[in-house]
Ligand binder design. Structure first.
Ligand SMILES: C[S@@+](CC[C@H](N)C(=O)[O-])C[C@H]1O[C@@H](n2cnc3c(N)ncnc32)[C@H](O)[C@@H]1O
Length: 200
């Protein structure tokens, strides 16, 4: 039995049943709380499977930007970058690094219905050498104005909504990707946290 309203419980179930476990994002030294928060909010909207980060263990977020979205995301701090890439590749994920380079393809040429890790680079230096080394695809969002780059959270939104479009067409939001066991475990955690918050 869950001690939350049916409406709230159904909302939680819907999030977990449509979660795109096979679409993940890695923030490769993205550091601005504003950007981190905006990325969190878009990842929640598209319902990505996991958001990885490695700037610092305890991330500072701006709650006015996340609007609480961070509570519903699965996040993980990346300690060992080489291991991280080896593991994700072993699991069959393609690594799609967003870059401002000549040696890139248009981001719309990628098939995001495959298990995909999208890599976002640092605000000043871009994606790290190690991320570029593990890239299966290097993608660019075409730019036609004076500025050379988009804000990193905007680039994230552009790419994720292309992924969301492709995945919707393929019906990937219509059947659960998470196991029933993980769904049940997460529901227990979320409903418990809801009660604790209500008591405060
Ligand atoms: C402000 S940009 C970094 C600029 C940095 N000076 C460089 O040359 O990479 C921050 C991040 O946003 C993403 N980004 C911004 N504009 C992009 C674009 N047009 N195409 C692909 N990624 C972009 C990339 O992940 C990039 O590393």
């Amino acid at each position: 039995m869950y001690l939350v309203t049916n409406e709230r419980l159904n909302k939680m179930k819907k999030i977990l049943n449509t979660r795109q476990d096979t679409l993940r994002v890695f923030m490769d030294y993205v550091y601005s709380p504003h950007n981190l928060s905006a990325i969190v909010r878009t990842c929640d909207a598209v319902n990505v499977g996991k958001l990885y980060y490695r700037h610092q263990k305890k991330v500072k977020l701006n709650n006015e930007i996340t609007m609480g979205a961070h509570k519903w995301l699965f996040t993980e701090y990346v300690e060992d970058i080489e291991n991280f890439y080896k593991n994700i590749k072993e699991k069959g994920y393609q690594v799609v690094v967003t870059l401002l380079d000549k040696d890139t393809i248009d981001f719309r040429e990628v098939d995001y219905t495959k298990p995909t890790l999208i890599v976002l680079g640092n605000e000043v230096d871009g994606a790290s050498e190690v991320s570029i080394k593990y890239a299966d695809k290097k993608v660019i969002i075409p730019m036609y104005g004076m500025s050379q780059s988009l804000n990193v959270s905007v680039a994230n939104a552009v790419i994720l909504y292309e992924a969301q479009r492709q995945r919707s067409i393929k019906g990937m939001y219509d059947k659960p990707q998470l196991s029933q066991e993980i769904i049940e475990k997460t529901l227990k955690k979320w409903t418990y946290e809801d009660i604790i918050k209500a008591k405060k």
